[in-house]
Design a protein around this ligand. Structure first.
Ligand code: ZN
Length: 417
């Protein structure tokens, strides 16, 4: 068995790993790095040199370059139904924003949704002499880990977390005797706050703002985070003026239509019933003028309807802006946290509203990553990817300490299992 790392090697993003097993050439993810001014692509691989492409989940850093495989119509692609539906929305949006830089068009995106082969949790497919099984990754609805079985076995976690959230029950554990693991390490250096504690901190801050008749803006990723926050509010009985806006509404409707991908579906269903869907300007204006909670993308305030609300509440001391994820240094969200300022119509504005951060995460933190490695029998090969170099190195050192053969792969590097 051979593995080539075309991307996500000592970096977060553009996941792309080529595995040669049982005579089959299997490409695991084919994502982009969302950089400015233009997206970065993983190492090239020709469609004729790939027998199957597997997409672990819908995020663009795992799917953004996959429509390329629809150009000649030949390569079979496998993913969950949920992944195809969400990726379709994200890829269309990606084309609108960055289409100029992309080597495919809407036709290829349509083909991906139409022709992509559907696989589900627990299912095993065969590509030449390789057997491929799909396991829940607990990252976003529809996300999968991939287990390849040929002369050796290898597990690719994709992005994963093992903890239970309001939407997902967490990743399935790795088979103890797997020969090799390719695992992400995004938060290998960061300990996450326990989820229920984080929820309580968030909800009590929301209630404080509502008690003063203020508006809480929750900038949130449209995929999974916005819907999770909706569930958190519902679970804690916060229903006063709860609204959800933008692409988060479309994703919510996809989740409601695909109940088998959501653990705790009943909670999501009742949360959706009690929330207002913001679908036009009039509703948006009304939501911005009254006390309540508005959940709106973008999660790091790089655009989207969140900016509309931020502009309207910036000057209001009784309002709150509660960021619910990590903020990339240099993003408008990070600047808002550090300096209480943001740029509005070319003018730098000071924000008087209360600004706080609650680090919800869809990735395993340091503790969960280490527990995952501990589940493996000693002597496995552990490839650490999808993290900054120090994070990859840290987790690899930990794995080596447990008696594994730990590797931090180079981009473009070939390795034997
Ligand atoms: Zn992801």
């Amino acid at each position: 068995m051979e593995v080539r790392f075309l991307g996500a090697a000592q970096e977060v993003g553009r996941a792309a790993i080529l595995v040669k097993a049982g005579g089959a050439r299997i490409l695991l993810d084919y994502g982009v790095q969302l950089a400015e001014p233009e997206p970065l692509f993983p190492g090239h691989v020709a469609a004729k040199d790939v027998d199957a492409v597997i997409l672990t989940h819908a995020h663009l850093d795992h799917t953004g370059a996959a429509p390329l495989f629809m150009l000649d119509g030949g390569t079979p692609i496998y993913a969950s139904e949920m992944t195809y539906q969400v990726a379709d929305l994200l890829l269309r949006d990606f084309l609108k924003l960055s289409g100029y830089y992309l080597p495919f068009e809407v036709l290829e995106v349509e083909e991906l949704l139409r022709r992509g082969r559907r696989v589900d949790y627990g299912e095993t497919i065969r590509v030449k002499d390789a057997e491929i099984t799909f396991l829940d990754a607990g990252h976003i609805p529809g996300s999968m880990q991939v287990l390849i079985n040929a002369d050796k076995t290898i597990l690719y976690t994709g992005d994963f977390t093992t903890i239970r959230t309001r939407l997902l029950k967490g990743a399935e554990p790795p088979p103890r005797d797997v020969d090799a693991v390719i695992m992400e390490s995004t938060y290998a250096l960061e300990e996450h706050t326990e989820r229920r504690t984080l929820e309580k901190m968030f909800v009590s801050a929301v209630k404080e703002v509502l008690d003063q008749d203020g508006l809480v803006l929750v900038p949130a990723f449209a995929v999974s985070r916005a819907q999770e926050i909706l569930c958190v509010l519902e679970a804690h009985g916060v229903r006063r003026g709860v609204s959800i806006d933008g692409m988060a509404v479309k994703i919510l409707d996809l989740y409601l239509e695909n109940s088998r991908y959501v653990d705790g579906y009943q909670l999501l269903y009742s949360a959706a019933k009690h929330a207002t869907r913001i679908t036009d300007r009039r509703k948006r204006r009304r939501a911005a003028e009254r006390p309540g909670v508005v959940i709106a993308p973008a999660g790091m305030l790089k655009g989207g309807p969140a900016l509309y609300y931020l502009e309207r509440i910036a000057d209001n001391e009784r309002a709150g802006v509660f960021l619910v994820s990590f903020q990339i240094p240099g993003s408008p969200g990070a600047r808002l946290l550090e300096e209480r300022r943001f740029v509005h119509g070319g003018v730098d504005v000071r924000v008087k509203a209360r600004v706080e951060q609650f680090k919800f995460s869809a990735h395993a933190g340091r503790r969960e990553l280490r527990e995952f490695v501990k589940m493996l029998e000693p002597g496995r090969k552990v490839f650490v990817v999808h993290g900054e170099p120090e994070a990859c190195r840290d987790l690899a050192d930990y794995a080596a300490g447990l008696g594994h053969e730990a590797v931090v792969p180079e981009r473009g590097g070939d390795y034997v299992v």
